[in-house]
Design a protein around this ligand. Structure first.
Ligand SMILES: C[S@@+](CC[C@H](N)C(=O)[O-])C[C@H]1O[C@@H](n2cnc3c(N)ncnc32)[C@H](O)[C@@H]1O
Length: 248
């Protein structure tokens, strides 16, 4: 949100553009497609994982805006524009809904850098749209596994949780490690591609929700998070990405 834009290099793969490729969108470069294809070859479920994740986010935003009365959202690691953007989903349920998008990808946002909670909460851009006296829907969808422990992802989420009033919501989706070869191999592919990444155990993912009450169905694979139709038996890949929604 503040500080100079990080340099854009079309020869270095980007998390945002590779995810965009996996979702079937067009804001990506050959280097991102190359990495996307490596994911798909080594993990035939890669596209499904991206789609499951995105769909659970769309359902969560619709649920918050339509049923839980949330009118303002802070979307951390928002990614590139895609089919159902958070503001479109939220405004589809309530035209008055407002969304602040935060990302550090130079193409997503020309003025993004690291995920610095204090700066984001204090930024003029944030406060123009978000009233921290009223409930906020905090979204951290598929971003926290790109933030390593040394960058204190728990502290980042805690700062956002502390900045919002009771009645606010926290939606998180996250890659999980099951301590098996599949999850370890996928983590390694992502680490090789982007030079960072941190899969976390279910217990570690649950820690983000400390101080908030998890709503039904708890933290479950994205495909099983309040699905419109029961997804049936999940593939091993689909179990690698989970989502949860909590109420402060
Ligand atoms: C896999 S995409 C998820 C996009 C969207 N939230 C979704 O779930 O559909 C992860 C996004 O997090 C962003 N990101 C990763 N690390 C970040 C950081 N430290 N600060 C801000 N954004 C970050 C990436 O640029 C990318 O757009």
């Amino acid at each position: 949100m503040t500080g100079p834009a990080p340099p854009f290099n079309p020869n270095v793969p980007s998390i945002a553009r590779t995810y965009d490729y996996l979702l079937g969108d067009k804001d990506n470069y050959p280097v991102d497609r190359e990495i996307g294809e490596i994911f798909i070859q080594r993990f035939p479920g890669a596209v499904q994982i991206a789609v499951d994740n995105r769909r659970s986010l769309v359902r969560a935003v619709d649920f918050m805006a339509r049923d839980l009365g949330v009118t303002q959202f802070l979307d951390l690691g928002s990614g590139l524009p895609t089919a159902d953007n958070v503001h479109q989903v939220a405004q589809g349920a309530n035209p008055a809904a407002r969304v602040v998008y935060v990302d550090n990808d130079p193409i997503v946002l020309a003025h993004g850098r690291a995920l610095q909670s204090e700066q984001i909460i204090a930024a003029k851009e944030t406060n123009t749209l978000i009233d921290f006296g009223r409930p906020v829907g905090i979204i951290a969808s598929a971003i926290l596994h790109h933030i390593v422990d040394a960058e204190d992802p728990l502290g980042i989420i805690r700062a956002f949780r502390d900045a919002v009033p009771a009645g606010s919501y926290l939606f998180i989706s996250h890659f999980r490690t099951l301590g098996d070869p599949d999850s370890a191999a996928l983590e390694e592919v992502m680490f090789q591609a982007f030079g960072r990444g941190a899969w976390r155990t279910d217990a570690q993912i649950a820690q983000y929700f400390e101080g908030v009450k998890l709503l039904t169905p708890g933290i479950v694979p994205c495909a099983q998070w309040r699905p419109e139709q029961e997804p049936g038996e999940l593939s091993a890949f689909q179990r690698l990405v989970v989502a949860g929604l909590g109420r402060k």
